[in-house]
Design a protein around this ligand. Structure first.
Ligand code: AMP
Length: 376
């Protein structure tokens, strides 16, 4: 049996979140604005989310006693990362509402399952094949362009666990280097740009799509987001329709991020995240509802809000590298009068670690881009 809402949760109710990172922190801040208490389940003693939340259960994500306690304390539970064990979500679901659905989280946890789901629902995806042993590699490359990307099926993030290859030998070497774990081999997509669509879907089936975001990466990590994306109206409409079709097919509830490649006027799906996404952080300042507001609304059994973007925006990620660089000065950033700086409260800056982000708002994208270029 799956627990359901009798009616939307009123202020004073407690919302649970699995995971204590920056996404959990921003969820918690949005929830507290709306009068909800938040309970974080995370094994770390000092997590960014626990720092700003009323309650913290310090335990692993599959600790049965901790999950039972979470279900007792909370009125509904969500997750801030996709690698939470789906069975933990299923256990919680027996007594309280859980979103997103465990089945959707399971799809997002494995790139091969994800791609099979896209294909099953006739959603556009580039040539790809599952690799579980060396013998799978040569036949998989047949029909691809010659350049391919091998990725571990599970636990890859920010470009980790993936490699661009130009021959069967290179793919074999990378597969072995990854420990011969299950992988996916994807044809290399010569994309013009990358975009993502973040949307929210509520228990009533309403879908609210945020504006399409253009994403630029540096060293495999998201660096800059430009919104609205500099693509045609057709690409905007198609991208939003594609993301909405996917959310409906998964019977999704909560916030979903869908990453896509743009080639000319065509789109193909890259991957999904069953949670708010780094590319949706601009919504915190540029939109009337942020992605975290929508996550709270969907979790509380409320209809998702109608979204409007007030101003063009650029989001810049601040990694540990920037903070550690000589001459870095917070006050320079904080003094920029059209910048909103969001700091995650992580105790230690490390190279590649997401520490904060800046949303720059203005009247036109080109001047924002020129301004952003002075930040790095
Ligand atoms: P992912 O972890 O799948 O989001 O990949 C990280 C980044 O690597 C993407 O945002 C792209 O910039 C690049 N990438 C991933 N897959 C491909 C592909 N099949 N073809 C070209 N570039 C890719």
């Amino acid at each position: 049996m799956v627990a359901d809402y009798r009616k939307p949760l009123a202020p004073g109710a407690t919302l649970g979140v699995l995971g204590g990172g920056q996404l959990g922190r921003m969820f918690s801040q949005a929830a507290s604005k709306m009068g909800y208490k938040v309970c974080v389940l995370d094994p770390a003693a000092d997590s960014p989310a626990a720092e700003v939340s009323a309650l913290h259960i310090k335990a692993d994500f599959n600790d049965q006693a901790a999950l039972t306690e979470l279900a007792t304390v909370c009125d509904a539970v969500t997750t801030e990362f996709e690698n939470v064990p789906a069975n933990s979500l299923r256990l919680l679901q027996k007594s309280i509402p859980v979103s997103p659905p465990p089945e959707a989280v399971e799809i997002a946890q494995n790139r091969n399952i994800e791609k099979a789901f896209f294909k099953q629902h006739q959603l556009p995806v580039n040539a790809c094949a599952a690799i579980t042993e060396v013998a799978d590699i040569a036949p998989a490359i047949t029909g691809m362009s010659g350049k391919a990307v091998i990725k571990t099926a599970r636990f890859g993030y920010d470009g980790k666990g993936q490699q661009v290859c130009n021959s069967v030998a290179e793919v074999e070497a990378a597969f072995k280097e990854f420990g011969a774990v299950e992988c996916v081999l994807e044809d290399f997509v010569p994309f013009d740009c990358e975009v993502s669509v973040v949307l929210a879907r509520d228990i009533y089936g309403n879908i609210e799509t945020f504006p399409v975001v253009e994403n630029q990466h540096k060293y495999g990590i998201l660096d800059l987001c430009i919104v609205p994306a500099r693509v045609s109206e057709k690409v905007i409409t198609d991208a939003q329709a594609l993301a909405a079709k996917l959310a409906t097919a998964m019977n999704y509830v909560g916030v979903l991020a869908v990453e896509m490649f743009v080639c000319g006027e065509s789109l193909s799906l890259n991957e999904i995240a069953p949670r708010p996404h780094n590319s949706g952080h601009y919504t915190m300042d540029a939109c009337n509802y942020s992605q975290f507001d929508q996550q709270v609304r969907a979790l509380a059994g409320l209809p998702v809000g109608e979204v409007v973007q007030h101003q063009p925006a650029i989001m810049i990620n601040l990694l540990g590298d920037v903070l550690l660089a000589e001459g870095f000065d917070w006050s320079k950033l904080q003094s920029v009068r059209n910048a909103h700086v969001h700091v995650y409260g992580k105790s230690e800056a490390r190279a590649g670690r997401k520490m904060a982000h800046v949303n720059l708002l203005g009247s036109d994208t080109e001047s924002l881009l020129a301004q952003a270029s002075t930040f790095s």
